[in-house]
Design a protein around this ligand. Sequence first.
Ligand code: SF4
Length: 769
Amino acid sequence: RSFATPAFDTSNPRIPPYLKLTKNYERVKEVLGRGSALTLAEKILYSHLDNAEESLLTNTNGGRDIRGTANLKLKPDRVAMQDASAQMALLQFMTCNLPTTAIPASIHCDHLIVGEHGAQADLESGIKMNQEVFDFLESAGKKYGIEFWPPGAGIIHQSVLENYAAPGLMMLGTDSHTPNAGGLSTIAIGVGGADAVEALVGAPWELKAPRILGVKLINKLSGWASPKDIILSLAGKLTVRGGTGYIIEYFGPGVQTLSCTGMATVCNMGAEVGATTSIFPFSPAHVRYLESTHRHDVAAEAKKFSDIVSLKADDGAKYDEVITIDLATLEPHINGPFTPDLSTPLSQFKKTVQEENWPEKLSAGLIGSCTNSSYEDMTRVEGMVREALEAGVKPVSDFYITPGSDQIRETLRRDGPLDTFKEAGGTVLSNACGPCIGQWKRQDGVEKGTPNAILTSYNRNFRGRNDGNLDTMNFLASPEIVTAMTFAGTTTFNPMTDSLQTASGKEFRFTPPSGKEIPLQPFEAARQEFQAVASAPDSSVEVAISPSSSRLALLEPFEPFPASELTGLRVLVKVTGKCTTDTISAAGPWLKYKGHLPNISANTLNTATNAATGEVNVAYDTDGSPHTIPELAQRWRDASQPWLVVAEHNYGEGSAREHAALQPRYLGARVVLTKSFARIHETNLKKQGVVPLTFANEADYDRIHACDEVETVGLLDMLRNGGQGDVSLRVKSFRTNEEILIPTRHAVSRDQAEFILAGSALNLLSQKS
Ligand code: SF4
């Protein structure tokens, strides 16, 4: 085919650099051979290679064995940061002493707003409580020319979808649900702040070339099934680890039947199966959504770009695995409690609730968030609520609605759904994360320690995730199913088969929901005070950090790797069971210390379970004294005693939260030894100079214990050889003095070896910048 390049519009920074991407794509086709068939994910990723020859040829088998082997060096187009993680990302960026970012970036104030009484009151108190942090973020935005979305403007992923996501774009976001933008044919990857800083300074960002899992969608959703059910059922099949190392690429005729926002919901929750990201091919729904969100120019340019690269998989492109989902037979699913992959079809849920002795009473139903607050979601729910109200039926459980952005809120206000929700007694919360991230101050008298059930249309349901109560069983479902059960007040209700009673004793049954993909009129603009502030970089701006602040502290560089093996390490704690980034660095009330490394470190591993005793947040010093895990870590830091953690599978599952790597490093961790790691967390550890190792033989987990003394064997050579070579651990038992050698595996690349040797990625970047 001809690669004649059309004239692209390069004047608008919200349009991807299609001209550059086209040229890169042509180069990639030359390197790989014109006849090579690529998946969509590969096309977009490879168009962002810093150096196609190096990535595709020199470190692979002539371009043929790229997946799972090559280390791609990529140049993303954009970075988005949420307020909690942006603090550390910007503190790191500041140490590089650059006048501005190398690529466009945005800051979104969403995580720090508590959900309690309703939008206005919560926003006011949230701003008051976090003013110092918001001032810091805004001043950093002004100084470096980063767009600043004030509190109340919206949740990062919704704002990105409405404003920045574009077909063919590649972006990084300092949040694990960044893949939401894949619903608009964007490669969007959740990363830690140190990765974001690499992209912000213009350094290539490294990614092990992912394998591609194809999900073929056939037929069309009907009745109560919604896009959320695609990913809820897929999570059940894949489990929380099944997507690790993969990009999930959707294809097949069913794609054409989905809305852009429905695709975003599916991609959003790809994070729950550990996928690097998820993506849908460019479709007419994308054009409709772009135009409705006032981006006719992006839609027109995307079409031109797609005429050249064809923003879908090439005929003959190979997926590493294919899963087929028949949308026509897909049933609504409910996932949970406590893990997003425990998936139960709606028809089986009542039976499961009774068998498992889960609470039948539903305390609250929460809809919206970055996952499910689209116009389509909300109009489908509105239809149900209106129908129930007209029949005289009101919600039995508390009903909360979180709009994803002020643009969607204003549109829902204009078109009626917001009033309908309020008429039903629903509480509309601010356009922020609130209850999705532990920032939910419940007003219903359910005390901590009380077992109870809630249902949300959010994406994640680890223990304590919503209200900080470890006994709240949190189930995930589509907004429609959440709403139906909220009206029923019970987890055993099935709206497909069951009826409710009206006040006058009549039977009421919901009709299957229907809504509108996009509004008839284009989306309403956000209110003035909730629009993004964009400014040119201004070096005269002082970034606001008070030296006496308990919320923000400038960073001190970590010391470099010693010119020797690591010796004299001790096992701080051996943990058992799930160890997510929430376990390693809890959110909720701790979010306020995100910009203050010493203060937030006091939560390190504070919900981890000690493998020896089964106790939560208890570790024992060598003198036998019990401590909380962070207290013992601090004690060992004070005594200059370096340490390691031993853990089981998928350590660091969950989010991109780099604090989960920074805090252990700050407290003295040098190694984390596990049965396996979650991808983002493993990378984050290396970026902070901590060495992640996995057991070569999983059974060795049983041979190492708390307080054992450890030294590395082969680590220094491996690092000096750019990640080549084996590493073992010589372990001296604390109890018996017996010595054993534990062989390990690692996935340290050349660049990552340099980070570790320098002490952290940031140390290296600041040397180079
Ligand atoms: Fe916010 Fe929850 Fe979305 Fe994360 S998943 S961005 S906490 S709404």
